[in-house]
Design a protein around this ligand. Structure first.
Ligand code: BG6
Length: 491
């Protein structure tokens, strides 16, 4: 199968930081279908060779394990091409179409590529104009797919506007909305755990589960992205997409098949079952925070307000913790706690499923209830916490001790783990939609977070401060303690 992959925003950060290294990995793993061309599109005038030099130099700034050797780049670089385009000019889209339609004998092509993937890695305000122009020149036929990077809009209205234009030009099956968390191996393991094993399903419900906690903690601050971040905030940047996608994977019903539409139907049902927020419940169940100076990994770091390009007095939240419920028969009454933030105590993303205690304790006390920890990063694994007999003398609670069954997927499947962007790019080229977000899912997620945004806009009290390097404002602990529970690290 031959393919052409076009990056709009071809000189931007996302392209050289994430997409090119991911493609290089795919190339190294022998997964990129042969006969492929990669075309970067941007505003400046450059030749193909200038662009290859630019990418070659940028590789020096990425993770050393993802840098090519000279020999590798000589081969990989041959696939790279460049085109200058002014995205507001219809004529430039006609030029792009000609490039894609004309087979070039010197590249070993006798026909246009079987598949064209148009990856919009630009600012989202350009998405509508790009899609309209692609449609106008006929770059929306059967062989074309469009990949849309997040953030897809700023709120429900803007997301709907973008989706309406995308839908007027492409069929839903041609639209690949990226949430890179869905490409993480650990997230696929979550689906394997639930639907590839009979063991957990009977327990995966309100009768056995006391609460579920989803944490995506980052130790990094906003870095040089202060201006973008300040317009976005943690709710839009992480909760509306990544955290809610994880929640859907945990809470969804088993889909009838592994087909993308069947999976996404089930995820949509979860989003529709989430308890809607009211101004009162936002006050009670949502905590927003903003980091102050502190220390991370033993090094002093600035507070958010001292970061580059952050406006004075900003009330932007860099932390969110919230409590919600999935209102259906399986989950009624089970609290789901979501938490994410920048400059927290470490880079640590995990989901904890806390089971209920035994119904009739015979060892004295209640013992420690079982829990399943799904580790997303930095390690990728599963831990099942059980109570076991220590083997000593006595039969009371002192005879039991917590132990854990530990599965490390990086060790179990060495050299087979594929990064999120690598996986998603290969899926887009192959036309596999399972790990991409459908427009109705995305709009439903916006509809759910919207009352939080509205309440915050009207409530001048702003985010609560927390020290960089901590686990967020104390109010986040109080949110969970109110139900008689604790965050995992407090247990
Ligand atoms: C992005 C956010 O979507 O995800 C960033 O815009 C965040 O702010 C990043 O840092 C986190 O991704 P990962 O894969 O490093 O956990």
């Amino acid at each position: 199968m031959s393919f052409d992959l076009v990056f709009f925003g071809g000189t931007g950060d996302l392209t050289w930081r994430k997409l090119m290294p991911a493609l290089l990995q795919a190339f190294r793993h022998g997964k990129l279908p042969g006969g492929g061309r990669i075309l970067a599109v941007a505003r400046e005038e450059r030749s193909d060779d200038d662009y290859r030099d630019f990418i070659r130099q940028r590789f020096d700034e990425v993770d050393p394990a993802k840098r090519p050797s000279d020999a590798e780049f000589a081969e990989f670089g041959r696939m790279l091409h460049y085109m200058q385009m002014d995205l507001s000019q219809p004529g430039d889209y006609a030029k792009l179409k000609r490039w894609l339609d004309e087979p070039r004998a010197e590249e070993g092509r006798s026909a246009p590529a079987d598949t064209v993937v148009l990856y919009l890695a630009t600012s989202p305000h350009l998405f509508t104009v790009i899609c309209e122009q692609l449609g106008a020149v006929g770059l929306n036929g059967e062989r074309v797919r469009v990949v849309l990077e997040k953030p897809l809009g700023h709120d429900l209205r803007s997301a709907r506007e973008i989706n309406a234009v995308v839908r007027s030009v492409f069929r839903e099956a041609q639209a690949f909305r990226i949430d890179h968390y869905l490409g993480k191996p650990s997230v696929q393991n979550l689906s394997a755990l639930r639907f590839g094993n009979a063991l957990f399903e009977p327990l995966w419900r309100r009768e056995s589960i006391a609460n579920i906690q989803i944490t995506i903690a980052e130790s990094l601050g906003v870095g040089t992205r202060g201006d973008f971040y300040d317009r976005t905030g943690a709710l839009r940047d992480m909760v509306q997409n990544h955290a809610l996608q994880l929640l859907t994977m945990i809470a969804m019903e088993p889909p009838p098949t592994a087909d993308a539409f069947a999976i996404r139907d089930e995820k949509l049902k979860v989003l529709k079952s989430l308890k809607p927020f009211t101004p009162q419940s936002v006050q009670r169940d949502v905590v927003r925070g903003q980091y102050r100076a502190g220390s991370v990994d033993g090094k002093p770091v600035h507070g958010y307000l001292e970061e580059e390009k952050v406006p004075a007095g900003s009330q932007c939240e860099t932390f969110v913790a919230l409590r919600t419920e999935v209102q259906n028969w399986r989950w009624a009454g089970v609290p789901f706690y979501l938490r994410t933030g920048k400059r927290l105590s470490g880079r640590d993303a995990h989901i904890v499923v806390n089971f209920r205690p035994v119904p009739h304790p015979i060892f004295g006390g209640t013992g420690q209830p079982n829990k399943l920890v799904i580790k997303l990063q930095p390690e990728d694994g599963l831990e099942l916490h059980l109570m076991a007999a220590k083997g000593g003398v006595g039969s009371g609670s002192e005879a039991l001790s917590p132990v854990s069954l530990d599965l490390d997927f990086d060790k179990a499947f060495p050299h087979q783990r594929v990064g999120a962007y690598e996986r998603l790019l290969l899926d887009a080229i192959a036309g596999r939609l399972n790990l991409f977000v459908r427009s109705d899912e995305q709009e439903q997620a916006w509809a759910w977070v919207e009352p939080i945004l509205q309440s915050w806009a009207q409530d001048g009290s702003g985010p609560r401060p927390y020290a960089a390097g901590s686990w967020g404002p104390p109010a986040a602990s109080a949110l969970v303690a109110r139900d008689g529970f604790m965050w995992d690290e407090e247990q």
